[in-house]
Every structure is written in structure tokens, then in C-alpha cells.
Design a protein around this ligand. Structure first.
Ligand SMILES: NC(=O)c1ccc[n+]([C@@H]2O[C@H](COP(=O)([O-])OP(=O)(O)OC[C@H]3O[C@@H](n4cnc5c(N)ncnc54)[C@H](OP(=O)(O)O)[C@@H]3O)[C@@H](O)[C@H]2O)c1
Length: 228
């Protein structure tokens, strides 16, 4: 049976690879909407776009970390309130929401990988705005909202740290480390690959864990449902 998926932020770095990957799935009918066709800060537009879809993958985000410091309200309007609109629409329609978040919700001083229930503590505006989005998903979709926290995405499209590093050094990037932040780069294709009829979690730096998303009790460190 074909299931209908919606990808928001479809023109972004992750959104494009998610769309490409979903397009290879015979049992998935996918609609990708960039910001020009769906602005997630518009609740009525979000409701209309979500209707009729079984799964929504939210790749839309304000990702300008430095810009968020200058304009936290704007970043929060997208990463917090916009995600709340999506979660509300999914709750009303019965769609699953797979929401992409970030390691910036943590302080960033850990010496080992974070567990999914590690205390959050963002130190910048971008992290606070992304945490607001996570909280909206957890609050409105306690059973059907999924949050993937990832870091250092790279892929063929758009700006990413590999291209930036290469441009700066004119050498292939071999070490993505920055400021001592522990991070494992995530291959977008691995992040994007779905299981049949249901989303598949992304494991930073490697392939998805496969199969269906875990319910309570199944807790890979990269897939979290805060408050669950
Ligand atoms: N890139 C990384 O290394 C990284 C690391 C950790 C987590 N993440 C997370 O991964 C997700 C995808 O990131 P990405 O790297 O693919 O970012 P990206 O390339 O900046 O893509 C984000 C997309 O969202 C769109 N967008 C912005 N505001 C919107 C709005 N109000 N409504 C609808 N769409 C809107 C952007 O459109 P415009 O271009 O028109 O603004 C852009 O196409 C984000 O949640 C991000 O926080 C990324």
C-alpha cells in the first residue's frame, strides 16, 4: 500500500536528499514543498499542506546560527512556533511527524555521546529555538512525534562543512572537528533512507537502525522523544 509523505524545507541541504531518497521507494508517494510553497510560520497553510499525508518529515528550519543571535525572535518563529504549527496539524490529521533537530540543544561540553534523556541546555539562540521546536513536538505528539538530533550534515547539495572546509583550505576535509565539540558527521543518504511505510531513524555517522521507529523503551541515542 502506498503511503503519502510530505517533506517540508524541500529545497534545503537535507530536504533535497530526503526527497531523492524517498523517490526511490516504490510504496511512498512524496510531496516536497520548499519555503516558496509552504512557509511553516503560516498555520493555515501548514494545516492545508499536512492534510492527507501519513508522514511529515520536517526539514524546514532557520539554520543561520550567527543570524539567530541577531534575530532570535525570527529564528524562534520558524524553529519553535513553525514546528508547533506542524505538530498541531499532524495531531489534528493523525499524521506522524519526523522532526529534525540538533546537538545544539545541549551545552556541548560532553566527553561522550549524549543519551536521549540527557539534560538539555542550549548556550545560544539557535539552540534555544530548536529546543522550543522539540518541546512542541513532544507536547503535541507524545506518541506520533519523532525527533532526530543530528550534527554536521553533509551531502551533494547546498552549503555544508565539507564544502566550506574545502573552499578554505583547497584540500579535502578530513577532520570536521570544531571547537572541541564532539560530533560525528551524518551521511544524508543514511539519514534520508526510509523503511517501508514508516520513517527510519538516522544514526549520526552511519546507517539507520532499520525497521520501524521505536516506541517507548527503544531508545537509540540519536532518536528522542523528550518528555516521553
Ligand atoms: N546542516 C547541518 O550540519 C545540520 C546539523 C544539525 C542539525 N541540522 C538540522 O537539520 C535540518 C535541515 O538542515 P539543513 O542543513 O538542510 O538546512 P538548510 O539547508 O538551511 O535547509 C533549511 C530549509 O528550510 C527552509 N526554511 C527556512 N525558513 C522556512 C520557513 N519559515 N518555512 C519553510 N521553510 C523554511 C529554508 O529555505 P530558505 O533557503 O529559502 O531560507 C531551507 O530550504 C534542520 O532542522 C537543522 O536544524 C542541520
Amino acid at each position: 500500500m502506498t503511503s503519502s509523505w510530505l517533506v517540508t524545507g524541500a529545497h534545503g541541504l537535507l530536504g533535497r536528499d530526503v526527497l531523492d531518497e524517498l523517490a526511490t521507494q516504490p510504496d511512498v508517494a512524496v510531496t516536497g514543498l520548499g519555503r516558496d510553497r509552504l512557509d511553516i510560520t503560516d498555520p493555515a497553510a501548514v494545516r492545508a499542506a499536512v492534510a492527507g499525508h501519513r508522514v511529515v518529515v520536517n526539514c524546514a528550519a532557520w539554520t543561520d546560527v550567527d543570524g539567530a543571535e541577531r534575530s532570535e525572535a525570527t529564528a524562534t518563529a520558524v524553529n519553535g512556533t513553525g514546528v508547533r504549527h506542524l505538530a498541531r496539524a499532524c495531531a489534528d490529521s493523525g499524521a506522524l511527524l519526523l522532526h529534525i533537530s540538533t546537538d545544539y540543544v545541549f551545552r556541548g561540553n560532553a566527553r561522550r555521546p549524549y543519551s536521549d534523556d540527557a539534560p538539555t541546555g542550549p548556550v545560544n539562540a539557535y539552540g534555544r529555538s530548536k529546543l522550543a521546536g522539540e518541546r512542541a513536538v513532544a507536547e503535541l505528539l507524545p506518541r506520533t512525534g519523532y525527533i532526530v538530533r543530528t550534527a554536521w550534515l553533509y551531502g551533494e547539495h547546498g552549503r555544508n562543512f565539507v564544502a566550506g572546509h574545502h573552499a578554505r583550505t583547497r584540500r579535502p576535509a578530513t577532520d570536521p572537528g570544531r571547537g572541541g565539540r564532539p560530533a560525528r558527521p551524518a551521511d544524508l543518504v543514511a539519514c534520508a533512507r526510509p523503511a517501508t511505510g514508516s520513517p527510519r531513524p538516522c544514526r549520526p555517522g552511519g546507517a539507520g537502525t532499520g525497521g520501524r521507529l521505536p516506541r517507548h523503551g527503544g531508545r537509540p541515542d540519536h532518536l528522542v522523544r523528550p518528555g516521553a
